[in-house]
Design a protein around this ligand. Sequence first.
Ligand code: PLP
Length: 408
Amino acid sequence: MVEQPMTPSHKPDLSDAGPSTRAVHSGTLRGPEMRPVVPPIHPSVAYLSEDPDDLRAVLAGEKEGYVYSRNGNPTVAALRESLTALEGAGDSVVFGSGMAAIHAALLAVDVAAGATLVASRDLYGVTVSLLNTVLAPMGVRVVYADLTNLEEAREVLEREKPVAVYCETVSNPTLRLVDIAGLAELTRAHKAALLVDNTFATPMLVRPLELGADISVTSTTKYLSGHGDVIGGAASGAWDVCARMTKMAVVVGGIASPFDAWLTLRGIRTLGLRVPRQCATALAIACMLEEHPKVARVHYPGLQSHPQHQLARQMMCGRYGGMVSFELAEDTEEAANRVLSRLRLCLPATSLGDVYTLLLHPVSSSHLTMSPRDRERLGVKPGMLRVSAGIEDEADILADLCQALDAA
Ligand SMILES: Cc1ncc(COP(=O)(O)O)c(C=O)c1O
């Protein structure tokens, strides 16, 4: 039996308590304030509420504090603060995946039944599935356009009068660029919200909000967490639009776990070291591939041959990203598979932005759900491979890619 009242730090007197009570109430580390250098992981689902008025005020959003972890969690809040600073945003909202972040961001800008969304033709395949198989059946009109071409963007905005426009800074896997500042001018003039998926560029290279976008979404699974061990997503923007996304996350429930938020935050600490190195290696890979006889074409914004090289120079802080795509001279799935099967160091795997160099065949993975006709229109060819440069020694990566191509 616990007879003593709780101490102010909520440590009950367990001297006469039974083993089950001790198992529950000991080891809680509640006590005099500790100030750890690294933000701790707070896995607790619930927070003690002494005053019912306080509890009500926190739940109503009138007072800062924690009550229940789906509504807010200190470790997740630490990640939010970091993302907000990185993106130059008013606030950020953290989700359980990049796709959950994209979904919430679209709903937060009134992409709903009867509304029109203009979306870039160059999008990650699962984003296209979200638009076509979830939002369109709910009554959203989705109009695709080539948003890398500002003239086409101007025409489609005038014609369609969308509530929102959605694009990727650097597209997956074709590595085409959208001129975010130019597009933002157009969306502002047409009172449409601009949502940008900045996963490939990261806030180290492009900060869409500073260029006029309304929401910057990111799959934090990739560069931000950086180590291939956590799925997550985030959306950053003005305070009011984030408040709407937070409400959505609380009721829909696609939130991040404290442990995943902690891993992402730890990854972000070295983002400024990893990204420049990955960019330098990607440029070296692109230059090597451009000279290789088994390669027909290389897509990399850092190459003079990239049609938007000048835009990349202006928009990407003097670097060109860690992603390279290339087309094999033998444009077949078999040839692509032969290259993947001969890798000895680089890893054939479906992700990007990790410390490991990763290769992926878009036709059989990221763009699998897209129809062959749509893939062809986008330029996603059967013999295309995508490389995500890691942080290994550059010479080792180049040697491995070369030997795999030579042997294939
Ligand atoms: C550009 C881009 N956006 C969004 C996503 C989805 O992110 P997640 O897998 O974290 O849901 C991906 C995943 O590969 C992606 O490449």
